[in-house]
Design a protein around this ligand. Structure first.
Ligand code: CU
Length: 355
């Protein structure tokens, strides 16, 4: 922060000096140095402008070589994930091509028609064919992208209730998540923040009189059986949060006072994802960085960092307060048997209350 402020102060001081020099120049009587650019000025600026174009291209290539390897971009873990990744990749490739060409044209024409003594601009009023072409091409491309996006969106958002999805409530509060399962009947009991009773450990405000609520299970880890559609019902206790499950290409706002929903089918178990070569590379890289940091920590007499192991995560993606960055819950995708075994260990709602 101090560094940023120092830089800002230096920038403002530089601007002030520059402005003062300009005022001084202008106030000189019998000013001989003209404000009109000479051919030499224009040529220098023309080449600087082309140099800037080269700089943009070089920095783009450099970024792609150094940061272009995004293993998570091609390893979605949900049934709809590949559709969304396709949409993303098509959009990015299109934007990249259009940007590369238009950026070049912008700089090239500025260079080609730079001011020169004796060169006069041609007055060219309009050309309907040209205008038609540069209107219709973006219209077709954009309409195609938007319609494709809308179809993808509705395919993802329309959860078929006939598939008997597992119903899970994601409950957001500053700054943690809880997952609530419907129990044997797969039906969530009614809940309302007004029913929260901390003294009795009813932390989600579940309605104790609702028969559907009795076998509900509240967990601090989100376990999902692989291959079964899940329908999430999101609630928030306090402010806007956003349930973000990047590996499953899922995100939905959690809004106080209403229930939102998002459904997906997990397709890869946590165990299988840990075996994925891209993920192994990524994790190895993270652990290399951790090992390097640990060396420094040990020299300082502090504890070394733990080895990192891959896990799916539910993150909060709305800045919701001071511990927002750490608002997360582990997601475990497992086989139906493992899921059932885990569920058997959980306490049902009616037995979790303090009387
Ligand atoms: Cu949050």
């Amino acid at each position: 922060m101090t560094a940023l402020l120092t830089i800002l102060v230096l920038v403002f001081v530089a601007i002030a000096i520059w402005q003062m020099v300009k005022i001084f120049d202008l106030s000189q009587a019998g000013n001989s140095n003209s404000q009109v650019a000479t051919d030499k000025d224009n040529t220098i600026n023309g080449y600087l402008n082309m140099g800037f174009l080269a700089f943009i291209y070089i920095i783009t290539i450099w970024s792609m070589v150094n940061y272009g390897d995004l293993p998570l971009m091609s390893n979605s873990a949900s049934a709809h994930g590949p559709q969304l990744d396709n949409l993303m990749i098509i959009s990015m490739v299109l934007i990249f091509i259009v940007q590369t060409i238009t950026q070049f044209l912008l700089h090239y024409f500025a260079f080609k028609y730079k001011g020169e003594k004796g060169k006069k601009a041609l007055f060219y009023a309009d050309n309907n064919t040209l205008e038609f072409i540069w209107t219709i091409i973006p219209v077709i491309v954009l309409a195609g992208l938007i319609i494709y996006g809308l179809f993808t969106w509705s395919a993802i958002m329309n959860v078929n209730e006939d598939d008997d999805p597992l119903i899970v409530e994601l409950y957001a509060q500053q700054f943690n998540w809880k997952a609530r399962y419907g129990g044997a009947d797969n039906t969530l009991g009614k809940a309302n923040v007004r029913l929260i009773d901390i003294d009795r450990a009813n932390i989600l405000g579940v309605d104790e009189s609702d028969p559907n609520a009795q076998d509900d299970v509240i967990a601090t880890e989100l376990h999902l059986p692989v291959g079964r559609p899940v329908l999430f019902k999101m609630r928030s206790q306090d402010v806007l949060h956003s349930a973000y499950m990047p590996h499953f290409r899922a995100q939905m706002n959690c809004v106080p006072g209403m229930t939102t929903q998002f459904g997906f089918t997990p397709t890869v178990t946590t165990v299988d994802m840990r075996q994925n070569p891209d993920i192994i590379d990524k994790i190895a890289n993270i652990n290399r960085i951790r090992a390097k940091k640990s060396e420094k920590l040990i020299i300082k007499g502090e504890e070394a960092l733990e080895r990192y192991e891959f896990d799916y995560l539910l993150l909060c993606n709305k800045i919701c307060g001071k511990s927002h960055y750490n608002m997360q819950m582990k997601i475990v995708v497992e086989t139906q048997e493992e899921y059932d075994a885990w569920m058997d260990e959980q306490k049902v709602f009616k037995n979790s209350l303090i009387n």
